[in-house]
Design a protein around this ligand. Structure first.
Ligand code: FE
Ligand code: MN
Length: 388
């Protein structure tokens, strides 16, 4: 510990760190037989007006080999020294990597927040039973008021304890700057969420990739540096080169700020990033780009550089999860690339059916049951997937 840290007034966080907690998971392949045990680490943070509780992270399945693909894992979380445990929970592991594990169902959420609309979105997405979730930023809308992270965590935990959720950060994860250079800071996001960025060679939790079934999924950071000389750009280039389309025929990119948006709100905000990175994603035949930020739904045709192009990705803006700021109603004249747009709350389901066919469905929240509001079958020409 250096001098300046020593002089700091002790916080609730310091006293939590002195408690020597032992975050633990017990798990097994059958209910009631949680024969494996793993211990992890905990952290916490303090701001001027807030002290977090203990934030626990335990990784299972690393030592002793990965967990069995497709298996149901029964587990409980707690502290093995204190003997305090949760109820038994369960989740299903991802199937083996490769196209033989298709079909695979991805649930798509953006700008979730914690309103009555958020709850409706979660209810409806559970009804559709996806295999995992991509949440493309704007989660709790804490905006620096940290108790909102705790209420959001409680709201989603019945879902996140049973289903894998993968995240990328939105502007509402940005904290008021903690340094004099006004560097965007993601204090709560980085302390609370652990995405497996090192596994994809990324140096930052703000962008990473992973494989699931027949899909390679890239989570980009709209609020990390993305210029041609940036670490994110260099990493993306490498990551795209490593893709083997025979193993992961589908390549899906998630990010927060859309590159294709005809709504008045946030219009043009993704444009700088698009001009820098779009050629790269196009060359590698990316199939879908999922974004949020605009609080409405919009789906594009296959497009590249604002022109219709069979080999361009389809953009899906799903920033309609249920945030507290409301919907974005005002649009420009509908461009050719825009297939459908509507300011309603909802969520998306992307069914990767086989190597070449996928079906995307948007579900609007309006009714008491999930209502199919847009549905499109996507047939990918394999020639579009050859790197140029
Ligand atoms: Fe938002
Ligand atoms: Mn946003």
């Amino acid at each position: 510990m250096n001098e300046s840290n020593k002089k700091k007034k002790s916080t609730v966080c310091d006293s939590i760190l002195d408690m020597n907690l032992v975050p633990s998971i017990e798990w097994g392949y059958s209910s009631g037989a949680l024969v494996h045990q793993h211990v992890g680490e905990y952290t916490c943070y303090a701001t001027v007006a807030y002290d977090s509780g203990a934030l626990n992270h335990v990784t299972i399945g690393e030592r002793g080999g990965p967990l069995k693909p497709g298996a149901t894992i029964y587990y409980r979380v707690g502290d093995k020294v204190k003997g305090v445990w949760s109820d038994e929970l369960e989740f299903t592991m991802a199937p083996p990597r490769g196209p033989s594990s298709l079909p695979y169902r991805l649930g798509l959420i953006g700008d979730l927040g914690q309103t009555e609309h958020s709850l409706e979105t979660l209810d409806h997405i559970r009804f559709n039973n996806p295999d995992s979730i991509m949440l493309v930023g704007d989660m709790s809308y804490a905006d620096g008021y940290h108790p909102r992270w705790d209420t959001w965590g409680r709201m989603v935990s019945e879902h996140t304890s049973r289903l894998v959720w993968m995240y990328t950060e939105g502007n509402h994860e940005i904290e008021a700057s903690h340094d004099k250079y006004h560097t965007p800071d993601f204090l709560a996001y980085l302390k609370r969420f652990k995405m497996p960025f090192e596994h994809s060679g990324s140096h930052s939790q703000l962008y990473y990739s992973y494989d699931v079934a027949g899909a390679h999924i890239i989570m980009l950071g709209s609020y990390a540096k993305y210029g041609k000389d940036s670490d994110q750009y260099a990493w993306l280039e490498q990551d795209l080169m490593k893709i083997n389309r025979r193993i992961t025929p589908w390549v899906i990119v998630g990010m927060h700020a859309p590159w294709y948006n005809s709504n008045h709100n946030h219009y043009g905000e993704g444009e700088e990033m698009r001009t820098i990175m779009e050629p790269l994603l196009y060359q590698h035949g990316v199939d879908f780009i999922i974004s949020g930020h605009v609080h409405a739904y919009e789906r594009s045709e296959h497009v590249y550089d604002f022109r219709l192009d069979e080999c361009g990705p389809m953009h899906i803006n799903i920033g309609d999860g249920g945030n507290r700021e409301g919907l974005d109603f005002d649009y420009y004249k509908q461009p050719d690339w825009s297939a459908l747009r509507e300011p309603s709350y909802g969520h998306g389901i992307l069914d990767l059916l086989n190597e070449t066919h996928a079906e995307f469905t948007w579900y609007r929240n309006k009714d008491s049951v999930p209502e199919t509001s847009d549905i499109v079958m996507v047939l990918r020409n394999p020639n579009c997937r050859t790197a140029l």
